[in-house]
Each structure stands twice: as structure tokens, then as C-alpha cells.
Design a protein around this ligand. Structure first.
Ligand SMILES: NC(=O)c1ccc[n+]([C@@H]2O[C@H](COP(=O)([O-])OP(=O)(O)OC[C@H]3O[C@@H](n4cnc5c(N)ncnc54)[C@H](OP(=O)(O)O)[C@@H]3O)[C@@H](O)[C@H]2O)c1
Length: 342
């Protein structure tokens, strides 16, 4: 039987969570074809979850023979600067839909410039689903809100892939959306109290700066921020400079990859994450809560796969949230929203 979906990067931190939640909570969703470049780890996962597997690198992808082609490729392998183009090119050649959890704004700029003949279901992960949901719900209540701020506070640790993606973006600067395009800004910080805790938020060029204006072209301004412990930020300026040197960048990315199991082990999967959407034109802001970011990402991926397999999706690039909005948001467990004065 034709496998309905292929999961690439299945052995990563997020891939493993997707498989674990798929097994517990998605009995109606057919087993994915597990894929990635590590045959040993895929064999173990295949035995644990009873899914078929195929090991190949992205360099091998153009020549790989599949016994049956899937309907949908779910690409969880990041940094996406390296993995999006090979998969999107392959999907377009074979008429297959593509889905990812990319959060890298430069990759979105390239993707959103494509006139693709297949659905490119992008940004189906925590930060963009929760971020776009908060901005969307704010604008549902206050349609006049056009100067927007988005603050993201994800607790419970980071995966090696997230650190690698963040490092890859580091030398490319900070931006906000202003009058129809991205504008460079200096690195800034702001103090906010969320859930009774005073937090430091820092400038971050998040995916929403590309994905949200794509379906909300009337907004005037959007700035995005993330809360980070000050100890990470102390290294920022040095890292920005040395990361531009390719041999150093490759060495550092390799070291981070070696720490994948340690970082995954240290995660607190029961932690909570919060997103705050505010606007210059509104008297209140929307606070939104989700489960831990990687657990939530596993749910957003699985629900998006389910929605795609049930309904299909329009061709071209568009974020998962913009495609399914309330139907995606309303089916995700452990979320709540609350209005609070600014
Ligand atoms: N939007 C969101 O909210 C969100 C949430 C979670 C994750 N993410 C993103 O998703 C990506 C993966 O995260 P993760 O937590 O699963 O990271 P991870 O635990 O480090 O796993 C990375 C996975 O990607 C594969 N991979 C990396 N580079 C590859 C390449 N060039 N070719 C083939 N496979 C490659 C790895 O394969 P090997 O084992 O062979 O190295 C591994 O399977 C990251 O970019 C992260 O930023 C986004």
C-alpha cells in the first residue's frame, strides 16, 4: 500500500516525540515511512514503532528509489538552510506535498518567493503556530490592530537542532516588519512580567515576520521577541562575530550535534510555554499558554498531517496555522488564552 507520509529526521529530538505521541494518541493515522541518514537509529525506531524505514542522505535523495511514493513529506531535519531546498525540489518534481517545522526567516524568504505547484505547508511547529494563533486571535477581537508585538517564552530546554538553527541565523542580524518589508534593527531588550515573573525579552527575527504578513498584508508593523536567560545573551556578540568564520561555525555546529542526547535528556517535557501578542492600538494583550514547546510541536505536526490527509491543501507556500486556523488551534491539547491589560 502507498505510504501516506514520510518522516525525515525521524531520529531527532522532535521526530522521536512525534513518534511517541503518534503511537499514544493517533491510532487513526497510518504509520509513517521513517527516514533520515542514520540507518542504525532508524532500525531501532522501526522496531519500536512498527514503521517501515529507509536511510538516505539528502545528497542521495535525487537518486533514491522508493517502492511507493508518499503523499506527504514531513521534514523535521534542521537547520533548514541545508535541508529545505533538496526536499522542496524533490517534492515539486514528484508532485508531493511538503511540510516542515522551520523557524528560520531566511529559509522562508526563499520559500515564499517560489511559485510552487505543490502544497508547501511551512512552520508547523510551536513558535509559529502559537505565535500566529496569538496574533490572529488578537486581530479577531481588534481588527484595527496593525502595529503588533509578539513575545515568546518557551520553557523546558532546547534541542541541539534548535541551537544549530539559531546559530545559523545569528550572523544575519535582527529585523522587524515595517511598511511592507523587513527592516534591520539594532539588538534590543525589554523587560516584561508574564505569569508573575519578570523576564528579559530580546530582539529575535522570528518566522512570523515572513509568514504572518503573507496572509495579513494590511499590518503596518510587527516586532518579535524571545525570552532568554541573560547568560545566553552574554555570548551573543562574540558568537555573531566568530560564527561568520566558516571553520569555526562548522566545528561549533558539530559540537552541538554531539550534545543532542544530553540536551534531549535535560528537557522538562511538562514545562509550560507562553506567547504574548500586543498591539499599539489595543487596551489589552493576549496571553496564550501551550504545553512544552517540543511536545506541542509534535502535536501541531500530527494534527497538520491529519488535516492534510483528510482535506488536502492548496498549492504554494503557506504556514500551517494560516491554512487551518481554528480547526488546527482548537484540536491542540493543553492550551488556554487570557486577556490582560497592557
Ligand atoms: N518551529 C518550532 O517551533 C520548532 C520546534 C522544534 C524544532 N524545530 C526545528 O526543527 C529542526 C530539528 O529539531 P530537533 O529538535 O529534532 O533537532 P535534533 O534533535 O538535533 O535532530 C535533528 C535531526 O535533523 C537531522 N539532520 C540535521 N541536518 C541534516 C542534514 N543536513 N541532512 C539530513 N538530516 C539532517 C538529524 O539527523 P542526524 O541524526 O543524521 O544528524 C536529526 O534527525 C531544527 O531546525 C529546529 O530548529 C522547530
Amino acid at each position: 500500500m502507498r505510504p501516506t507520509w514520510l518522516l525525515y529526521g525521524a531520529n531527532g529530538t522532535t521526530g522521536r516525540l512525534v513518534l511517541s505521541i503518534w503511537q499514544k494518541a493517533f491510532p487513526q493515522l497510518p504509520p509513517p515511512l521513517l527516514a533520515g541518514r542514520d540507518a542504525f537509529q532508524l532500525t531501532t525506531l522501526s522496531q519500536t514503532y512498527g514503521c517501515p524505514y529507509q536511510a538516505f542522505s539528502l545528497a542521495e535523495l535525487p537518486t533514491i528509489a522508493f517502492s511507493e511514493l508518499p503523499h506527504l513529506v514531513v521534514n523535521l531535519a534542521g537547520p533548514y538552510e541545508n535541508t529545505t531546498l533538496p526536499w522542496v525540489t524533490w517534492c515539486e518534481q514528484h508532485g508531493i506535498a511538503y511540510l516542515d517545522i522551520c523557524g528560520e526567516w531566511r529559509t522562508f524568504q526563499r520559500l515564499y518567493a517560489r511559485h510552487s505547484s505543490v502544497p508547501l505547508i511551512t512552520a508547523a511547529g510551536f513558535d509559529t503556530v502559537a505565535g500566529e494563533a496569538a496574533l490572529y486571535l488578537l486581530r479577531q477581537r481588534y481588527p484595527q490592530a496593525r502595529s503588533l508585538q509578539l513575545y515568546i517564552y518557551a520553557q523546558g530546554g532546547f534541542s541541539a537542532g534548535t541551537v544549530q538553527s539559531a546559530l545559523t541565523m545569528l550572523p544575519h542580524g535582527y529585523y522587524q516588519w515595517q511598511a511592507g518589508q523587513l527592516h534591520p534593527i539594532p539588538f534590543q531588550e525589554v523587560r516584561l512580567t508574564l505569569q508573575g515573573r519578570e523576564l528579559l525579552f530580546f530582539s529575535a527575527t522570528l518566522a512570523e515576520l515572513v509568514t504572518f504578513p503573507a496572509w495579513n498584508p494590511d499590518i503596518k508593523h510587527l516586532a518579535t521577541w524571545v525570552a532568554l536567560p541573560p547568560r545566553y545573551v552574554r555570548w551573543r556578540s562574540l558568537l555573531e562575530r566568530v560564527f561568520a568564520w566558516q571553520p569555526f561555525a562548522e566545528r561549533l555546529l558539530g559540537l552541538v550535534r554531539q550534545r543532542r542526547a544530553t540536551l534531549a535528556h535535560r528537557m522538562h517535557l511538562s514545562a509550560e510555554s507562553f506567547v504574548l501578542a500586543a498591539a499599539a492600538e489595543t487596551p489589552e494583550a493576549l496571553l496564550l499558554r501551550t504545553p512544552q514547546a517540543y511536545v506541542f510541536t509534535a502535536w501541531t505536526v500530527l494534527r497538520s498531517v491529519e488535516l492534510f490527509l483528510a482535506e488536502g491543501a492548496a498549492p504554494g507556500p503557506a504556514s500551517a496555522f494560516s491554512r487551518w486556523r481554528e480547526r488546527l488551534w482548537g484540536s491542540l491539547p493543553g492550551t488556554w488564552t487570557r486577556w490582560q491589560p497592557i
